[in-house]
Design a protein around this ligand. Sequence first.
Ligand SMILES: Cc1cc2nc3c(=O)[nH]c(=O)nc-3n(C[C@H](O)[C@H](O)[C@H](O)COP(=O)(O)OP(=O)(O)OC[C@H]3O[C@@H](n4cnc5c(N)ncnc54)[C@H](O)[C@@H]3O)c2cc1C
Length: 432
Amino acid sequence: MAIQVIKEKCVGCKLCLKACPFDAIDMEGKLAVINEKCTACNQCIAVCKFDAIVKTAEEVTEKIDLAAYKDVWVYAEQRDGKLMGVALELIGEGRRLAREISDSTKVYAVLVGDGIGHLAQECFEFGADGAILIEDGLLKNYTTDGHTKALYDVIKAKKPDVVLFGATHIGRDLAPRVAARLSTGLTADCTRLDIRLSSYIDYAKKNTTLDVTGLDPNSDDRGLKQTRPAFGGNLMATIICPRTRPQMATVRPGVMSKRERVPGATGETVVVKPQIADSDIRTKIIDIVKSVKEIVSLTDADIICSGGRGLGDPSGFDLIREFAKKVGGVVGSSRAAVDAGWIDHSHQVGQTGTTVKPKIYFACGISGAIQHLAGMQTSEIIVAINTDASAPIFEVADYGIVGDLYKVIPQIINEWDNAEALFEASVKKGIA
Ligand SMILES: Cc1cc2nc3c(=O)[nH]c(=O)nc-3n(C[C@H](O)[C@H](O)[C@H](O)COP(=O)(O)OP(=O)(O)OC[C@H]3O[C@@H](n4cnc5c(N)ncnc54)[C@H](O)[C@@H]3O)c2cc1C
């Protein structure tokens, strides 16, 4: 979608200029001209009294040379000079995609900030062939305007084929802005990415909501197939971007796996000096105040004990907390428990919460709605405790316990104590 001014109708009244919140309209004589800052927000269309501004689906009148675009880029999000876990996950995934596109396709980590050059080495060790380093004092703290301009300029100049972002607060803010400025597509919250049709078809055949009719597994199509839940998570949709470049997607933290780290791996660093001025950034950061609320690191946890509506009331989480403490895990929850006000949203697992992949996931009093499964079904081992033997959670569980969680969990805690005592005794005897 793009905004276009119909020359014949524009009278040069400048109403659109005043209405535009993004400074995206210039006057060329008596004609309003949309510039690259446009986000297609429609404000100008609403105020134009002459029907001279329209939104067009076919803004790409010049045919894009798809072959001119090469390589896979990952926005390597960092905060305070530390890479976000999702950046490393995406570097691994980006490398896999790059190699599927062609042997010569590379994956680059794009680092934007100030004084962050040292992060390139970590990116190489997690699979990046190269790093694009964009540093400037004005980019030290994230601002939508600053990082959008820096990324837009470098993408426009270097033409990557694919650009991936983590679906973090920053990634969700930045990726759509960059995509709109580039007039390309963006698929948010992808749970799977494919290049080769053959591997996509294998995957899609296992999913009843994806139709593979007419797809040729031998096709040499190397476009990005971006799969994500749609319609409230009730079906999966695969989205392609056939006419514009780059192909852009966000992926939530925890969905993809990091590659094994290769200490000492090397790569090429491309330094880009951004053309950025103070006046490009409308937001001024005066102070950064970090929230002091409990930080739940569900994404990195090896063991998660989650409670749902089956707990009956908020005090049920006392048992879940005790359980988590005993087994060295962290507390998760279903959305029903969050919506009931029993626990903070930061604990929520699922489509609109956090996506997790622990070694063990305990689902206690959780029915297994598709939106919950979307966030935890790739856990290595799933243990479900539910009074209803026909609850859908048992379809994904590796171990299912049909019973009242208030009886089952204390028994597990008890057995855990016994196992610990046995272990300690055997250590003393020199057996363990
Ligand atoms: C757009 C959208 C996004 C959503 N996103 C999410 C999301 O991110 N995460 C999420 O979790 N949900 C999400 N949901 C909500 C989801 O559809 C379900 O409503 C929710 O997951 C149900 O939570 P629950 O399993 O705790 O509750 P219920 O479905 O009510 O299940 C409670 C379970 O507890 C069992 N039970 C009852 N008593 C006991 C007991 N004493 N011992 C053991 N078992 C017992 C019952 O048999 C039942 O199976 C979303 C919904 C929509 C529409």
